[in-house]
Design a protein around this ligand. Sequence first.
Ligand SMILES: [Zn+2]
Length: 149
Amino acid sequence: MSDEVLKLIPLSPTYVPDNEILKTAVARVREYFPKAERIEMEISESPQFIDPGSNLERITCPICNAVLEDGWWQDAMDKASENGFRDLAVELPCCGQKTTLNDLRYQWPAGFAQFSIEIHNPEAEDPEAVLPDLADFLGSPLRIIRAHY
Ligand SMILES: [Zn+2]
């Protein structure tokens, strides 16, 4: 059996609200997903790559739309991991422009974050309905990652 995991992360890779806010946020998320198998919060000391599992089909340039090669991306990830993903700056191989690993166009979406709220098997018709309220509460716009394992 496969698993769906919805991951909610802030747009900024280093944004972490304080603990009390996070705990309340998880309680709010639970109200939106009463049928979810479980809801977890992950916090880390430095940004982590929050992946969409097997839903990651390709990565494209946010500026010229070129498809980025896996090898280039892996090298960039290895380099960024050396400093705990605190510096995500990259120069694009396609058009030579500068951007960050967090701003690449992941299909499906992925991103970097120091906290995530993960909803296992959410069984919700409209999971994005949680976003406006939660973004407001957490004080940051959010990205929703739909992972499949
Ligand atoms: Zn490009």
